[in-house]
Design a protein around this ligand. Structure first.
Ligand code: C2E
Ligand code: SIN
Ligand code: SIN
Ligand code: FE
Length: 406
């Protein structure tokens, strides 16, 4: 055996490896790797989802997965009822609990993350929930959900971590999920409010353009819904269909530019009156022109082209077939069907059978044949809309009240 040369510097003997620590670090590293890959995957899926339900289900799934929890629930606060309700729950039926009780209650009341290692040992735990769901909670972690203003709107809860209670770093992760859920809920609420406001505004403006006040609202609702049915029937995406539902009621906004004497004339129109009437699509397009917003751009295309015909004999431009924007072709069919089945100042209401015959005969002439087919396929839904939004018959003259009984 050769002795080490004097010239080589003496190497320091490394300390013996701490196998236990290394193995623990290794396990933690693996766990973080697992979490990271789940989160990356989730990020991709998240950007593909827009509706609240899908978003929350995704959040709940990933939270369960990342935190190795058995169940996960998003509770929303119903302030008026003083309750928390499970907006989305993995593997559990929907529940409502008083908003001041239990761990969730404490979380929303005090805005704290609460980590309970042994539920039944904690006096704040509300065992009623387990009783109602037939579940056995061992450990749980609950984080408050706050809106943009910092107000508490609910709680995000995970139950029964596999292999022991939730840890400190689980709390941090849950806080992240909780804030994402809160953002999703708040955005959906704001979006819903905006759409409701837009709908109200649109219907009011469109109603102003209608020549007969009576039941205008119902007429607009029907046309809007017939359009949605047709769009769904030919497989258009839901966002497009939602826009169409709001854009279609504006189709006749250009009638604002047509004199009342023409609009309200109970008889046939003279040639001169008719040429004025036929300008209403141009007026409408002018009113709606130059908008950046896709909804308004769509309504402009509808206003301009809802009297074009599939065979090219319509107005104002005599467009033909696919040159007529799809949204306008759909609105045409919806509008004509509603005009046929309704009373107008110049015509009576026709029966559904008669109206359907006119639609059928117009296939390939007035209307896009693919849409006529879709319309007949969806007839049960069309009739439902007719019933729900039926015109109210004119009010009978009021009878004198009976004499008071003395
Ligand atoms: P509107 O009353 O909303 O009717 C929309 C479309 O439904 C009409 O577009 C037409 O394509 C269809 N339609 C309505 N009634 C009938 C019908 O009895 N038979 C058939 N086959 N189709 C019908 P159109 O013809 O381009 O008319 C556009 C607008 O001009 C009508 O909107 C209405 O406001 C007005 N108008 C049309 N004809 C008369 C009329 O004789 N008198 C008066 N006062 N207005 C009329
Ligand atoms: C609680 O928050 O006290 C009960 C929660 C549950 O078991 O879901
Ligand atoms: C479509 O453009 O998706 C379809 C159908 C039609 O032209 O009616
Ligand atoms: Fe019109």
């Amino acid at each position: 055996m050769k002795k080490p040369s004097r010239k080589t510097p003496r190497r320091r003997v490394p300390p013996p490896p701490d196998w236990r620590r290394i193995s623990r670090d290794n396990r933690e590293l693996k766990e973080w790797k697992r979490r990271l890959s789940l989160l990356l995957d989730y990020g991709k899926k998240l950007s593909a989802r827009k509706e609240l339900d899908g978003l929350l289900h995704l959040l709940v799934d990933v939270a369960c997965n990342v935190l190795r929890a058995d169940r996960c629930t998003v509770f929303l606060l119903d302030k008026k009822a003083g309750e928390l309700w499970s907006r989305v729950a993995s593997g559990a039926p929907a529940i409502r609990v008083p908003s001041h009780k239990g761990i969730v209650g404490e979380t929303v009341t005090h805005g704290r993350v609460i980590n309970i290692h042994d539920a039944y040992e904690d006096p704040r735990f509300n065992p009623e929930v387990d009783k109602a769901t037939g579940y056995h909670t061992r450990n749980l972690l609950t984080a408050p959900m706050r809106n943009n203003k910092g107000e508490i709107i609910g709680a995000f809860q995970v139950l029964n971590k596999r292999g022991g209670p939730f840890k400190r770093n689980d709390e941090e992760i849950l806080a992240i999920f909780s804030s994402q859920a809160a953002t999703a809920v708040e955005n959906a609420q704001l979006y819903g409010e905006l759409r409701a406001a837009a709908k109200d505004t649109i219907f009011r403006l469109a109603a102003a353009a209608e020549y007969k006040d009576l039941d205008t609202r119902n007429h607009l609702e029907r046309v809007s819904r017939y359009c949605a049915i047709l769009a769904e029937e030919i497989g258009m995406p839901s966002e497009w269909t939602q826009n169409l539902q709001l854009a279609a009621p504006m189709h006749d906004i250009g009638k604002l530019g047509v004199p009342d004497a023409i609009l309200k004339k109970p008889d046939k129109l003279t040639d001169e009156e008719w040429s004025e009437m036929r300008r209403h699509p141009l007026y409408g397009a002018d009113i709606l022109k130059g908008a950046d917003n896709e909804l308004l751009r769509m309504s402009q295309r509808i206003a301009l082209s809802h009297h074009e015909k599939w065979d090219g004999t319509g107005y104002p431009h005599g467009l033909k077939g696919d040159d007529i924007p799809l949204e306008a072709r759909i609105s045409t069919l919806a509008d004509v069907f509603d005009a046929l089945t309704s009373r107008r100042c110049y015509k009576p209401a026709y029966s559904v059978e008669e109206s359907l015959r006119t639609i059928r005969e117009g296939s390939g002439k007035h209307f896009d044949p693919a849409l006529v087919e879709g319309f007949f396929r969806a007839l049960p839904r069309v009739k439902q809309v007719m019933e729900i939004f039926a015109d109210v018959p004119p009010v009978e003259p009021a009878h004198a009240p009976p004499p008071p009984v003395v």
